[in-house]
Ligand binder design. Structure first.
Ligand code: ATP
Ligand code: MG
Length: 598
């Protein structure tokens, strides 16, 4: 009796031990299939599909499916909460095979089909306001718009939504075009909303005459109050004729002044959707317009100009960011009132990057107050800054497309964009030695050696030759770790044994060593170096998060001084390199590089 109890106890311990071991393996298997399934279906894995894949791979799981099911549910939910880009990063880390098998499907999987799309007839538009430089959020919108136009052999319109002369500037039109050029987004038509002012005025009169819009002379704070209380103002009840007269006084330079009159839609002051509480359609702005100068003084809001432009330009699918969702009803109200064709409206989430701000409004003050160098300061997420920092346009495209068109909010990390870029840059760029914060190392008994170093370990980029005579510089960070008696390997050269180490407290002291042969030994720290006889001074800018705790990070730009090997003296602005053990960099000017990423 006692003996059989013992036996079953041992058996139970054995089984639970076995289970604990296999649980991790099963969880891994679930995760692999959940990620693979999500990867193929716009970021959402299906539990049933995942379970059948698991059983297909390990048929014995079928008998314990009841125990496996709860774990499968948890893992699938966890995967589905991740953004597609985060899923991709985890796949790269844990199951790179998935990517290899599915590489070919990447392009197709990218964007879900558009509803009511007809091959050859799809028209999309990218509608930036020329009030600042384009950023990575605009890249997301523009690349999605373009991808859909190409997917259906349709057309892409670049439309400058330039109907607020108080904010817009001529150089921003060009900056936007340059940004799109760099990204490789090629619109089939470029137009300005401001070219359609006569039509906007015509539609305004139509809405006033039919009693759907009214000229309101209430002060903005009164209107605000009415909106929050759901109250209509007295202006609303005047006749269409009286409103037409008021409208003409708005257009007349001798008539109303700024803020004295607004054209509003006759919506519903009690609507639960506050966007329908008589929003403004036109306001008086007396600033000179970058293209039209003083030709107009009454300008349509985005609420009015946007839907009309989409409709008259033949846009079939208008994509915009989710914050406009509440305004969809207004968009359709205006078009229906005017009897204009209704495009499909599609919303997707706004891109934010962790540690920065992706909004022209928030970037403007950093530039105005001189906190950053300008729109191309490498800390910024503008396209011109990404370019200057060394990102490839293909990587930006790939990154934004990987986020998809879902409405799910996500705030991806720069690391995701960096990982896409790193993979693309790695086979393209030459590798050199750069020694940050250099410390001199003198090696006794060293032979004179010509080091012949390949510019890339796999690619046929050729090599450089560095003559050495036993005096070097190595990074302080490495030097400080070396103690007397330690050995190191100077990369691509020989071994050195340290005879006199560097006291951490004393700056500028020498590190002294002795030549210790060329044989490859395991476990030695491998350190990049420059010859003390031939090097170039180099500065590298290292960018850190721009915004910390909602404030501008004053430490967001670190300046690293060091020595690069002599061959780096020939590098030209815009060259991209990998500084071994330091990171990928773009040459900004002779002797100055910007760290793209590690
Ligand atoms: P900002 O706050 O930067 O001024 P915005 O939305 O006013 O942003 P627009 O020039 O009006 O900038 O935007 C043009 C298009 O780009 C719009 O369709 C807008 O939805 C889209 N867009 C702007 N910012 C982002 C973003 N962060 N992510 C995705 N799309 C964006
Ligand atoms: Mg805008």
């Amino acid at each position: 009796m006692c003996r059989s109890f013992f036996n079953s106890l041992i058996a139970a311990i054995f089984v639970s031990f076995w289970l604990a071991l296999t649980d991790a393996a099963i969880e891994n298997l679930i995760r692999k299939h959940a990620l693979a399934n999500a990867y193929r279906h716009e970021g959402k894995a299906d539990l049933g599909a995942v379970v059948s894949k698991i059983i297909a791979e390990q048929p014995d799981i079928r008998s314990k499916i009841r125990e496996v099911m709860p774990a499968a549910k948890v893992v699938v939910q966890e995967v589905n909460r991740m953004s597609p880009a985060e899923q991709q990063l985890q796949i790269e880390d844990l199951f790179p095979d998935i990517l290899e098998v599915q590489e070919k499907r990447v392009e197709e999987r990218r964007l879900p089909a558009l509803s009511n799309a007809v091959e050859g007839k799809v028209v999309t538009r990218f509608p930036p306001e020329p009030n600042g430089y384009p950023h990575i959020g605009h890249a997301k919108a523009a690349v999605i718009d373009e991808t859909y136009a190409r997917m259906y052999n349709g057309r892409l319109i670049l439309r400058f939504d330039d109907t607020n002369p108080a904010k817009e500037q001529l150089d921003y039109y060009k900056a936007i075009k340059d940004g799109l050029d760099w990204l490789g987004v090629k619109p089939d038509l470029v137009k300005n909303s401001s070219d359609d002012m006569a039509r906007f005025y015509g539609y305004a009169e139509q809405m006033i005459s039919s009693g759907h819009a009214y000229a309101c002379t209430c002060q903005p704070d009164v209107v605000k109050q009415n909106r929050s209380e759901g109250k209509e103002c007295a202006c609303r009840s005047l006749s269409p004729d009286e409103h037409l007269q008021r409208w003409r006084r708005m257009l007349d330079a001798q008539g109303y002044k700024m803020n004295e009159a607004f054209l509003r839609v006759k919506g519903d002051m009690q609507s639960l959707n506050t966007a329908l509480r008589d929003p403004t359609l036109f306001r008086i702005i007396e600033a000179a317009h970058p293209l039209k100068d003083k030709k107009y003084r009454v300008w349509p809001t985005y609420d009015f100009a946007g839907p009309i432009e989409d409709s008259i330009d033949g846009v079939t699918h208008a994509l915009r960011t989710k914050e406009y969702e509440l305004r969809d009803a207004l968009y359709f109200l205006i078009l229906k009132t005017l009897g204009l064709r209704l495009p499909e409206l599609i919303e997707f989430s706004r891109l934010e990057l962790r540690g920065t701000t992706v909004s022209k409004r928030k970037l403007q003050p950093l530039i105005r107050d001189g906190l950053v160098e300008g729109w191309d300061d490498p800390r910024l997420p503008t396209l011109t800054a990404l370019r200057r920092r060394g990102f490839l346009p293909e990587a930006v495209r790939e990154f934004v497309l990987s986020l998809g068109v879902s409405k799910a909010e996500s705030e991806p990390d720069w690391a995701l964009l960096e990982s896409v870029n790193r993979k693309m840059l790695d086979p393209l760029v030459r590798r050199y030695f750069f020694v940050p914060d250099p410390v001199r190392l003198e090696v006794a008994g060293a032979p004179e050696v010509k080091a012949i170093l390949k510019l890339h370990p796999e690619k046929n980029f050729g090599e450089r030759v560095i003559e050495t005579r036993g005096a070097f510089y190595i990074p302080r960070e490495d030097a400080e770790k070396l103690k007397q008696g330690d050995s190191l390997r100077l990369l691509g050269l020989y071994n050195v044994e340290i005879e006199h180490s560097l006291p951490a407290s004393e700056e500028g002291l020498l590190l002294k060593g002795r030549y210790a042969g060329e044989d490859l030994r395991e476990g030695l720290p491998k350190i990049q170096w420059v010859s003390a006889d031939s090097y170039r001074e180099f500065t590298v800018w290292v960018t850190l998060p721009l915004i910390v705790d909602n404030e501008f990070n004053k430490e967001s730009l670190k300046i690293v001084k060091g020595f690069a090997e002599a061959a780096c003296g020939d590098l030209k602005p815009d060259d991209k390199v990998q500084f071994i053990r330091f990171g990928f960099c773009r040459i900004d000017s002779p002797g100055l590089a910007i760290l793209t990423h590690r």
